[in-house]
Design a protein around this ligand. Sequence first.
Ligand code: AR6
Length: 178
Amino acid sequence: MTTPPRIHDRIELLQGDITQIKADALVTAANAGLRGGGGVDGAIHGAGGPEILEECRRIGGCPTGKAVATTGGKLAARWVIHAVGPIWRGGGQEEAALLASAYRESLNLLVSLGGSSIAFPSISTGVYGYPLEEASVIALDTILRFLRREPRVTHVKMVLFGERTFHAYQRALKSLSE
Ligand code: AR6
């Protein structure tokens, strides 16, 4: 009998550009209109090609805290999962619950599609202004909780753009492991 890998061996923090990552699904930080945009969404649409935006138009939109899947287009991924994180409005508008939900819904969608590996950016901490220290703890806590109950997800990569974001997630992972 083989022992399942430890939870912390199934999650990896990387510093870099998510469009260069190979996984069953790459998550983008989308807006509710699924209209594409700047930041990581611009990079994913740019590298994946117009097929992704065409599918987004057909889907039409996605509420905050939820996620939808499209083709991965030209990316080294079967699917792009478009997760809509909250815009930071000071913390009193259910932002924490909505951010956790965006991660959880993406993971649920991966499992329902039959995938086992996924790469996330730091949702909501760019244009949407979510404070990084809080967001990093919510992201990793949500992912770790999910991994504890779902053995079908075997690899989660958090792909962090820039040193500041990478270090915040390193600190968050350490604090959650203590
Ligand atoms: N790979 C990984 N992470 C990246 C990349 C990349 N290539 N490029 C940027 N990031 P943001 P949000 C990081 O603004 O705050 C868009 O216009 C970035 O440094 O992309 O959820 C959407 O269409 C930051 O750490 O997403 C929405 O309208 C993180 O990705 C809106 O922005 C998230 O920053 C969503 O805002």
